[in-house]
Design a binder for this molecule. Structure first.
Ligand code: 9MR
Length: 353
C-alpha cells in the first residue's frame, strides 16, 4: 500500500511517494520498504527543516560526488572556500571564485547555503596576523563587511564567529582575534547585521552539545547576554562531531532546548559520528526534531572518503557512494516525524526531550 507525502521545498512542491512501511525505514533489515524517490532533503522538508552537507569545491568535478550532493541535500556549507585566508588572501584583495562555484552549484540544484565562516582563529592569512590593535580590528570588520556584501541575497545564514571558546574550560580561546579586545565577538555580530541585514547570524562551535560542559555553559552565557542586550544573533550551530570519547550526550536535547529558549534558532551544523552507528545517528536526528527551533541538520561531508576524518568512516555514504545503514536510520527518523498527506508549513511545536 502506498501513501503520498506532499512536501513544499524552496524549489516547489514535491510529491514523494512513500510506502506505509516507511515506518520501518529505521530498521536496516527491511531494504524492500525504502521508497526510491525519498531523499534526506525531502524527508527533512517534511518536518519543516533542511538537511545539508559540507561541500568541497575541488570535488565538484566528481560525478558520483555531485550526484549524491545534488540529490540528497537541501543545504550546502562550503567546507574551506569561505574562510578568511580563502576569501582575502591579500589585504583588500578578495578571492570569491571558489566560494562562488559552490554557491552556483547550490543555486543550480535549488539548495540553500550556510556561509562558513567569517572569523575563525585558524585559516587567517599571514598579512592579517602581522597586524595588531585597532588596525587588526578594522581589518577584521572590513572582511566581515566585504564578504557578506558580496554574497548578499545568495547566502541566508552565516557562521559569523566560529569556535571562539577553549576546550574544557569556560574561557575564551586565546587567539589573535581575542587580543583585539574582549568585545570582538559582539562587534563582529553588529558589523555583520549592518553588512547584510537580511542574513541570519550564527555562532558556531564544537564541544557545546553536552549541557554539563563548562564550554557549553560559557557559550550559553554569551548568547544569553547578547539576546538580553540586543546584540544581533539569530542562531547557534552545534557542530556535533561525535566519537567514542565524545558520544551523543544524554543532555543534547536539553542543550538545544535551553539555547532555543533564549530566542535563537539552533542547528546541527557539522554532524559526523565515528563508525556511523545507525542508533547514534537516529538519536541525533530525533534530538533536533524534538526542538521546534532546531531548523536543520548538516552532515560534514558526503561520503566517508570526503570526511576530514575519513579513517573513522563517520558519514552516511561509503567511499563508493553507497548508502550505509545509518542512511535509512536517518531517513526513517525524519519520515516518522513527517507531517503526512498535507502541504507542510513551519516546524511543529517541539516535545520535551
Ligand atoms: O573539514 C575541514 C577540513 O577540510 C579542513 O582541513 C579543516 C581545517 O581548515 O577544517 C575542517 O572543517 C572544520 C570546520 O571548518 C570547523 N569545525 C571543525 C571542522 C573539522 O576540523
Amino acid at each position: 500500500m502506498t501513501r503520498r507525502i506532499r512536501i513544499r521545498t524552496r524549489t516547489g512542491l514535491v510529491a514523494a511517494t512513500a510506502l506505509t512501511a516507511l515506518m520501518t525505514l529505521s530498521t536496516p533489515a527491511a531494504p524492500a520498504a525504502r521508497p526510491a524517490d525519498l531523499t534526506l532533503g525531502a524527508a527533512a522538508a517534511g518536518t519543516g527543516r533542511w538537511f545539508g552537507t559540507a561541500i568541497a569545491g575541488y570535488k565538484l568535478a566528481d560525478p558520483v560526488y555531485t550526484g549524491i550532493a545534488a540529490r540528497e541535500f537541501s543545504m550546502v556549507t562550503p567546507e574551506n572556500e569561505m574562510t578568511f585566508d580563502a576569501t582575502e588572501p591579500r589585504r583588500g584583495q578578495f578571492s570569491f571564485a571558489p566560494g562562488d562555484r559552490i554557491v552556483d552549484f547550490a543555486g543550480a540544484n535549488g539548495q540553500r547555503v550556510r556561509g562558513h565562516t567569517l572569523l575563525w582563529h585558524p585559516g587567517l592569512p599571514a598579512w592579517l596576523v602581522s597586524l595588531g590593535g585597532s588596525e587588526l580590528r578594522a581589518a577584521l570588520m572590513n572582511h566581515v563587511t566585504q564578504v557578506m556584501r558580496h554574497y548578499q541575497g545568495r547566502i541566508d545564514s552565516w557562521d559569523v564567529v566560529n569556535e571562539a571558546y577553549a576546550d574544557g574550560t569556560g574561557r575564551r580561546r586565546d587567539s589573535i582575534l581575542e587580543r583585539t579586545g574582549g568585545d570582538w565577538i559582539e562587534v563582529a555580530f553588529r558589523t555583520a547585521r549592518v553588512a547584510d541585514p537580511a542574513a541570519k547570524l550564527c555562532y558556531n562551535d564544537y564541544g557545546i552539545e553536552d549541557w554539563t560542559a563548562a564550554k557549553t555553559q560559557a557559550v550559553y552565557a554569551m548568547v544569553k547576554d547578547f539576546t538580553a542586550r540586543g546584540v544581533p544573533i539569530d542562531c547557534v550551530g552545534f557542530e556535533s562531531h561525535f566519537d567514542h570519547l565524545s558520544p551523543v550526550p544524554a543532555t543534547y536535547g536539553t542543550t538545544l532546548r535551553n539555547f532555543a529558549d533564549l530566542g535563537v534558532d539552533v542547528q546541527i551544523t557539522e554532524l559526523d559520528i565515528e563508525a556511523a552507528p545507525p542508533a547514534a545517528y537516529r538519536q541525533a536526528v530525533r534530538t533536533c526534531l524534538r526542538v521546534r527551533r532546531c531548523t536543520g541538520i548538516t552532515v560534514w561531508g558526503v561520503r566517508d572518503s570526503d570526511s576530514w576524518r575519513s579513517g573513522s568512516t563517520p558519514l552516511l555514504f561509503d567511499a563508493a557512494g553507497d548508502k550505509k545503514p545509518a542512511y535509512p536510520a536517518v531517513l526513517g527518523e525524519l519520515g516518522l516525524n513527517c507531517s503526512r498527506g498535507r502541504t507542510l508549513g513551519p516546524p511543529r511545536p517541539g516535545r520535551p526531550v
